[in-house]
Ligand binder design. Structure first.
Ligand SMILES: Nc1ncnc2c1ncn2[C@@H]1O[C@H](COP(=O)(O)OP(=O)(O)O)[C@@H](O)[C@H]1O
Ligand SMILES: [Mg+2]
Length: 390
């Protein structure tokens, strides 16, 4: 495969000497374009970086041709992801060259510039003691899950290194941009899903199956291919830890939640601290240590799009899930989810007609069952509003 070379790189971009981040595989700099860097993109209007636009430039070094082909995977994966997806970091151009003196190979990926990563956002909020609101959490949860599902459906690719550092954000409107597909893997239908001979993912975010393998040293041994796990469910777990961290604004308390019975207990304790029952349920479904019981992307999307009981809907104050379904944002990639949602919606509408008589009773029961919480207040107000309307 041939790439534009170092000469073209120097002519295209100007270094700002601002280090955006450093990860396991690369160093990322902020740079500015000196000219139109990719005229090919000109056809897709909104994809063309203008002259003087700031971009993120990820530089990765490899010592051998073999390791070069490993880092090249990220480029190939980024290229095969759905284009124009609002929640996937855009790749504008790539370069590569070999350095004869140091005998290294360099691969450069030029990407859309994000404002920060989710970990930074969490840290800022910890400092300010400012939790995400229920609506904000709904928005973040849905974007992450929907995007991972879109990637699965479109490209059959799983991320495999989901953590707050790899979820980038635009400051405005908490838009998330999924990034760092360095260890992602395309699932080959004919092969069992296995992991390669090296550690993929980050220990705290590894699913319990992968954590066990990691801890017992199986990541090192040759017959690693015996560790069979479900890629989708492993991603669901990593995202579950990430979102638990986001919901409760946790910094270090997420270690070893994936480790055995003790990890399970600690997970349950943390989950009890999640105020909103819907968020709590979704996180519980994501963090199930039993892979089979753990929710799939599709189930999670359904849980997120479930309309909340009508008495709460009639209240103007939004709470978790009582927001317009956000699937409209990227309908072109989310047809499946959309269709499923609509089907679900019709079924629910029908059920509503049949259940009208039970509603008042249900409301009273709900109020009785709840302690004097935020939810109780909302339901009580909803009943009052309902009665006023009658
Ligand atoms: N497009 C980008 N815009 C802004 N910051 C970025 C961008 N890409 C990466 N970063 C920052 O650099 C860090 C490391 O980048 P990443 O792609 O995750 O590298 P690695 O594969 O080495 O982990 C990220 O956590 C993020 O803070
Ligand atoms: Mg990273």
């Amino acid at each position: 495969m041939s790439y534009p070379n170092i000469q073209e790189f120097i002519e295209d971009l100007e270094k700002e000497n601002e280090l955006l981040g450093k990860g396991t595989y690369g160093v990322v700099y902020k740079m500015k374009t000196k000219r139109i860097i990719n005229p090919e993109l000109e056809k897709q209007q909104d994809q063309v970086p203008f002259v003087g636009q700031y971009l993120a430039v990820k530089m990765m070094d490899a010592k051998t041709e073999k390791s070069f082909s490993t880092i090249q995977k990220e480029f190939l994966i980024l290229k095969s992801l759905p284009k124009q997806h609002p929640n996937i970091i855009k790749l504008y151009k790539s370069y590569a060259w070999a350095n004869q003196i140091t005998k290294t190979y360099t691969l450069v990926l030029v990407m859309e510039l994000a404002d920060k990563n989710l970990m930074k956002e969490i840290e800022e909020r910890i400092a300010l003691k400012k939790y995400f609101s229920d609506d904000e959490l709904h928005h973040i949860f849905l974007q992450c899950i929907q995007t991972l599902n879109d990637i699965k459906i479109h490209s059959n690719i799983y991320h495999r290194d989901i953590k707050p550092e790899n979820i980038l954000m635009k400051s405005s409107g908490l838009q998330i941009l999924l990034s760092d597909f360095g260890v992602s893997r395309k699932l080959m239908k004919e092969k069992l899903p296995t992991i390669a001979g090296t550690l993929v993912g980050t220990p705290s975010y590894l699913s319990p199956i992968l954590w066990n393998a990691f801890e017992s040293g199986q990541f090192q041994i040759a017959n690693i291919n015996k560790i069979v796990h479900n890629f989708e469910k492993s991603d669901v777990y990593s995202l579950g830890i990430t979102l638990l961290q986001t919901t409760l604004l946790l910094s270090s308390q997420i270690q070893k939640l994936n480790a055995g019975a003790e990890g399970q207990l600690r997970t349950q304790t943390l989950l009890k601290g999640v105020q909103n029952p819907r968020i709590q349920n979704i996180l519980t479904r994501m963090l199930d240590h039993d892979e089979k019981q753990r929710a799939s992307f599709q189930e999670l999307i359904q849980l997120l799009n479930e309309p909340i009981p009508k008495q709460i809907v009639s209240n103007k104050k939004p709470i978790f899930s009582n927001v317009e379904p956000k699937i409209g944002i990227k309908e072109q990639f989310s047809l499946q989810a959309k269709m499923k949602f609509e089907k679900n919606q019709t079924e629910i509408d029908q059920t509503f007609n049949n259940q009208k008589l039970d509603q008042q009773q249900e409301k009273i029961e709900q109020v009785d069952n709840l302690e004097t919480t935020h939810e109780t207040k909302i339901i009580q107000e909803a009943i009052q509003n309902d009665e006023k309307e009658k």
